[in-house]
Design a binder for this molecule. Structure first.
Ligand code: HEC
Length: 169
């Protein structure tokens, strides 16, 4: 019995803990202490001193290749876009695209109008990306709308914008 008490005492006294300036014993370092770049740190190697490298021009993200193929813009494509837009987008963005659709006006965050200077200067690709990935509180529509139709809708959004800027004048 006494031996147990002694062992317990020894074990507990071992738990005192003390500080040391020596590095901890690290029998198996694996890759814990490798030399590497971390986000937003400085690099001595690159001229601009950034360790996060900018994307090389023309890089296409994995799985994104299909997005890049803008179809030839035809009247037929735009008509298809109008039909799809009125089904999928108009309830929120309105048939005119000012964000005042029946559903949209009830949302806590209003759908963006397409008739702002910012929206007018966006490339068609941006609208396709928004439909594919969603943006902020707007969900993705990639499962409902096939890629060709996303392009068709983007073309129609551009047509609405043209209409809007003509009316403004
Ligand atoms: C359920 C409502 C809803 C539907 C349907 C909807 N949107 Fe939106 N959309 C929103 C809301 C809300 C925002 C603003 C999101 C935010 O700012 O959080 C938005 C924002 C956008 C933007 C702005 C992107 C930017 O750069 O800020 C675009 C473009 C857009 N929608 C396009 C579309 C298109 C095209 C469709 C049809 C395929 C569509 N939306 C369908 C609600 C909707």
């Amino acid at each position: 019995m006494r031996i147990f008490a002694l062992l317990a005492l020894l074990t507990l006294s071992g738990c005192r803990g003390w500080t040391s300036t020596e590095p901890p014993v690290h029998p198996n370092p694996n890759m814990d202490t490798q030399i590497k770049y971390k986000p937003y740190r400085e690099s001595e190697f690159f001229e601009d001193k950034r360790d996060m490298r900018p994307r090389v021009d023309g890089t296409v993200a994995r799985g994104d290749l299909a997005n890049k193929d803008q179809p030839v813009i035809t009247y037929k494509l735009m008509q298809r876009g109008r039909e799809r837009f009125n089904i999928y987008c108009a309830p929120c963005h309105s048939a005119y695209g000012d964000g005042n659709g029946m559903v949209g006006r009830k949302l806590p965050i209003k759908p963006t109008t397409f008739h702002s200077d910012f929206m007018r200067t966006q490339p068609l690709q941006h609208f396709v990306d928004v439909m594919t990935n969603g943006i902020r509180t707007m969900p993705s529509y990639k499962h409902q709308i096939p890629m060709e139709d996303r392009w068709a809708i983007a073309v129609y959004v551009r047509a609405l914008q043209e209409l809007g800027s003509k009316e403004k004048k």
